[in-house]
Each structure stands twice: as C-alpha cells, then as structure tokens.
Ligand binder design. Structure first.
Ligand code: DGJ
Length: 385
C-alpha cells in the first residue's frame, strides 16, 4: 500500500466512525449518533434491560425557559448516544403547569421495580413567575423513552415538621417572622434563619424545592434531596413506595449553608453528598458532607475537587473545574465497572448561559483517598488511566 492510499484510508475510517466515539472528551461538545451536541442537562442516567437512558433538560440555544421538555438518549456502552426524542413534552395548554415557557430543571428518572413504572421528578417553575414557584413535579411512563404522563407539581412536606425537630425547636421556629427581615445576612437574620424562619414561613403551603436529585437506597426506598428555604437549606425527604409522593418524613441538611445541585453516593455504608454553592450559572467551590445514615447527622468536609482543569479554560478545583454537579453514576450498580478506573462518575454541566443548549458535559471518576474520602481530579476522558 502506498502512503497516499494509507492516508486516504485512515481519513475515510475516521469519517465513518460514529461522531460520538470521537467526542466525549471533557471540555468539548459531546455529539450524539447524528452529530448533534447532547441536549440533556441537569439530568441523570438509569439502566433498563441492556440499555442506558440519559434524561436531561432540553435547553434552547437562546433564552432560559423550557420550550421543548425533557430529552432522553439511549446507549449500550455509555459512550455512543442515540437521541430518543422528548421523554416529557411541554404542554400547549394555556395555564398548564408545564406550559411551553415554564422552566423544567434537573429531571431525574427512577425505575420502580414494584410498580414497573418509570417515574420522573423535576424542578418546576411556572411560566412567567421566575423562580418563585419552587415546586417539584412528577411524571410517569410505562417505557423508559416515554412519553411520560405529567401528574402534578407541589411544594414539599406541607404542614409537616422535620422528624427530628423537638418541641422546643418547633416553638422557637413558630416565633420567627420572615416578613420582618428586609436585610439578609446580618447575624440576627442568620440566628432567626437557623431557628427555622423560612421553614415556618412555608410550613402550611409547603417547603420550596429547586435544585434536586433522587436516590434509591439498597432497600428500594427512594429519597428526594432538594435545595429549599430560599436555597439556604437542603431537605432530604422520603418518597412513598410508588415514588409518586412524599411520606412526610424529612429532615434538613446544613441549615443556612446555601447548597445547590445536590448529588449523592453511598460507599461502604457512608453516604456522601456533593453539592455546589449558589452563584447562578457561574461555577463555584463544591461542598461535601458525609453521614452513616440518610437522616444524618451530616458532617461537612473540604471540597473533593483537587488540581486544575488542564484542557478547558483552566478552571481550578475551587471552581469545580467550571462545572456544577448533576448526578453521581454508580457504575457497579449499572453493571459497567469497566468503563472507568473508578466505581463512580461525577456528572456535571459546564453551563453556557449565552447558549444553554451548548452547555458542556463533564464526567469525572470519583476516587477514594486512603482514609476513605472522595477525591475528584480533572481528566480529559472518563476512560481508565
Ligand atoms: C443554578 C442551578 O443549579 C441551575 O439548575 C439553575 O437553576 C441556575 N442556578 C439558574 O440560575
């Protein structure tokens, strides 16, 4: 074979390769089998049968509202993704909760082994009301690709106290008055907030729910973890057996800590929560908490991120390499140990607020230090090192 022929053959082979196999580098666009950047942000991945399904926000090129709905992609190897269309579509009915122009964020799908249904929970903001509705919404489907049927949206745990709040603490919360505080961040405001000022303000109508994730424990029980109380406090709430409602049992994590974008894993009996701070679309330093029980007590640790993003705009570890977490993929539970040197992949979005659809995906392996603490370094690819 002469050189020109070999070169031409190599070029042809490269062109014939599915786009997605060439892509999937952290810091670059990730292309689906049609060569289009994967428009599934803030989402999660489940396995059903021999396929993986990736759900996420279908974002417009311009603007911040939801014009399409929740996307779903499928894959057999977690690398090559086929666009399966819209799992849950916006509605064209005026005044509908998910009317086109609402905001649907951070969709997470759970497969319920008992009911054999796929259940989607997501953060919903009603059309034209900014981020004030702060609701969680439910949808359900018989198949992984949908179409999901929209069920309802709600604030969470209306009329319920966190299960571990004692009588004296409940009394103290009832003496607070959020309407009286014009100036935030003063020591007095903080003290009132810690007493449960926003918990009490929203007690009857239900607690706010914005950035959220879900977690199914080893016993099949599922939990909803959300940024509540004006994004100041995380709530962990137990879901009913069909995953379509809350049981009413919940508690608070890091009251007043301003944590968003919760992600969770359980390793050797310890739950690790990795969150972000609250700076809109801009990256910030991640926060991490651990507990031996989903109900706490949670201990705060340093951010697990270390080093710098060497390939994409040099974002350092204290900016989460430019990303904001969305989900932790437990590869072992998906039967896919061989994809990475690590059992867990931290999935994050590098938001592009000018063109949200073009926001980048980064997946990074979570390693454990000798003392068993998670640690995340920048990697260009998710493959074994
Ligand atoms: C940060 C959140 O994590 C995102 O999901 C989104 O709600 C943006 N804030 C909006 O500014």
């Amino acid at each position: 074979m002469n050189r020109t022929f070999t070169f031409a053959l190599a070029v042809l082979m490269l062109l014939a390769m599915p786009f997605s196999l060439m892509a999937q580098k952290n810091g670059e666009l990730w292309l689906d089998t049609e060569g289009t950047h994967i428009n599934a942000h803030g989402g999660n991945i489940i396995k059903y049968g021999d396929k993986f399904y990736w759900y996420g926000e279908n974002r417009p090129y311009r603007g911040f509202t939801t014009e399409v709905g929740v996307s779903v992609y499928s894959s057999t190897d977690l690398r090559t993704w086929t666009n399966e269309g819209v799992a849950l579509a916006v509605s064209d009915i005026k005044g509908h909760d998910i009317e086109r122009g609402c905001i649907m964020e951070r969709p997470k799908v759970l497969y319920n082994a008992k009911t054999k249904k796929f259940v989607m929970l997501f953060h919903l903001e009603l059309k034209g009301r900014g981020y004030e509705a702060a609701r969680v919404a439910f949808a359900e489907s018989d198949t992984p690709v949908g179409p999901f049927r929209y069920i309802r949206s709600t604030r969470v745990n209306a009329g319920k106290w966190p299960f571990d709040m004692n009588k004296a603490q409940r009394k103290a919360a009832q003496k607070t008055d959020a309407a009286a505080w014009k100036d935030w961040w003063t020591p007095e405001w903080r003290a009132e907030t810690e007493k449960g000022m926003y918990l009490w303000r929203d007690f009857n109508g239900g607690q706010m729910s914005r950035d959220m994730t879900v977690y199914i424990d080893d016993d099949g029980k599922a939990y909803h973890i959300t940024s509540s109380q004006e994004n100041l406090t995380l709530l962990v709430s137990e879901l009913t057996d069909d995953y379509l409602d809350f049981t009413g049992k919940y508690n608070m994590v890091a009251p007043g800590g301003q944590n968003e974008a919760p992600t969770i894993l359980k390793h050797d009996g310890t739950y690790w929560l990795i969150c972000s701070g609250c700076t809109g679309w801009a990256p910030n330093r991640a926060r991490m908490f651990s507990s031996r029980s989903i109900w706490g007590p949670w201990k705060q640790h340093e951010s697990p991120f270390t080093g710098a993003n060497a390939t994409y705009r040099n974002f350092p570890a204290d900016k989460t390499f430019g990303g904001q977490g969305t989900y932790i993929l437990d590869l072992q539970s998906l039967g896919k140990e061989s994809l990475s040197a690590s059992q867990y992949l931290f999935m994050a979005d590098i938001w592009n607020p000018e063109h949200l659809s073009q926001s980048l995906h980064i997946w990074l392996p979570i390693q454990f230090t000798a003392d068993g603490t998670p640690r995340i370094e920048w990697r260009e690819t998710i493959g074994k090192k």
